[in-house]
Design a binder for this molecule. Structure first.
Ligand SMILES: NC(=O)c1ccc[n+]([C@@H]2O[C@H](COP(=O)([O-])OP(=O)(O)OC[C@H]3O[C@@H](n4cnc5c(N)ncnc54)[C@H](OP(=O)(O)O)[C@@H]3O)[C@@H](O)[C@H]2O)c1
Length: 279
């Protein structure tokens, strides 16, 4: 068995520990995911972020089974897809069967889909699944303040995490402040802006990267780490898996950190959660 990379844990509000860096497998193709997750576990990742809608849970499960890593050393997240918000138990049972697990570590309501108006019930069901032991922690994804306040008011329960699009060009100050004030850990999806922007060619970041002997991606990922954010950049390449986790032997100076923060552009690359899922 391989050794885990030296990645610190963050404690979620219910006491569950989550490694601050993991591997995301969105858009990792069928037929490719088992190899990618096997390599990630081999190089020392212990946190995998998948979702029912990615269509690759079975391959994630196959890689976990073959790894021989004890279950309690792994952290697996999956998500409830929009068309199963009224049947969360059935959806999670399907996911668990594909993953070959009897529980996940974190289960998320993937999108609120306000037009369906079932996200409060979905949250209540995910809380029941936590009580039943099918997930250790319960959270949400792509929830705006208005969605968070509604589910919290309805149940008195705060999500362990909110997984949102978050990167230097899209920093969501109001939403992240709300989450921090309420003990909801922030998970960044698209931490590298999904490779869709010129983030990794910014001249100022080139200078910062050179000063630390690191890559531009590492500078951006280190900025997330210093903000206390949980990240799981996606890559299919072994050398980038190592690069993306090698973030704990340097620190950005205050000025360097501020260079990255100054890249805010209010620019999102994914859908608007207030609209997404509407017909
Ligand atoms: N909750 C949600 O609605 C939601 C939505 C989207 C994503 N997610 C989760 O968040 C994870 C991460 O987000 P993401 O996959 O959308 O975007 P991302 O991690 O920001 O970006 C992935 C892209 O960056 C490239 N990349 C990775 N490491 C790199 C490096 N060191 N240098 C240069 N390029 C690098 C990858 O290419 P290569 O593969 O070629 O290396 C890929 O094209 C997903 O995999 C998924 O688990 C959740």
């Amino acid at each position: 068995m391989t050794t885990a990379l030296p990645i610190p844990n963050i404690e979620l509000n219910g006491g569950t520990q989550i490694p601050q860096v993991g591997l995301g497998v969105f858009l990792v193709e069928s037929g490719e995911t088992e190899r990618v997750v096997s390599e990630a576990l081999e190089v020392g990742y212990r946190h995998i972020d998948t979702a029912a809608v990615y269509g690759n849970e079975a391959e994630v499960g196959a890689a976990i089974a073959k790894s021989g890593i004890p279950r309690d050393e792994l952290f697996v997240t999956t998500k409830l897809w929009n068309d199963r918000q009224t049947d969360a138990r059935g959806a999670l049972e399907d996911s668990l069967e594909k993953l070959g697990l009897d529980r996940v570590d974190l289960y998320l309501v993937h999108w609120p889909v306000p037009s369906q108006d079932t996200y409060v019930s979905a949250w209540e069901q995910v809380l029941d699944l936590r009580e039943a032991g099918l997930t250790s922690a319960a959270g949400v994804s792509n929830h705006e303040v208005e969605h968070l306040t509604r589910i919290i008011e309805a149940t008195g329960e705060f999500p362990a995490v909110n997984q949102i699009e978050l990167h230097p060009e899209h920093q969501r100050q109001e939403l992240t402040a709300y989450c921090r004030a309420n003990g909801i850990a922030i998970e960044a999806w698209g931490p590298l802006a999904q490779g869709k922007s010129d983030l990794l060619t910014q001249p100022r970041l080139v200078e910062v990267a050179r000063a630390h002997g690191k890559s531009l991606a590492q500078v951006v990922l280190r900025w997330h780490i210093e903000n206390g954010t949980i990240i799981f950049p996606k890559t299919t390449r072994r050398e980038r898996m190592l690069e993306n986790a090698d973030l704990f032997d340097f620190e950005l100076t205050e000025t360097e950190h501020a260079f990255v923060t100054a890249l805010e552009a209010g620019r999102n690359y994914g859908p608007d959660p207030r609209e997404y899922g509407a017909n």
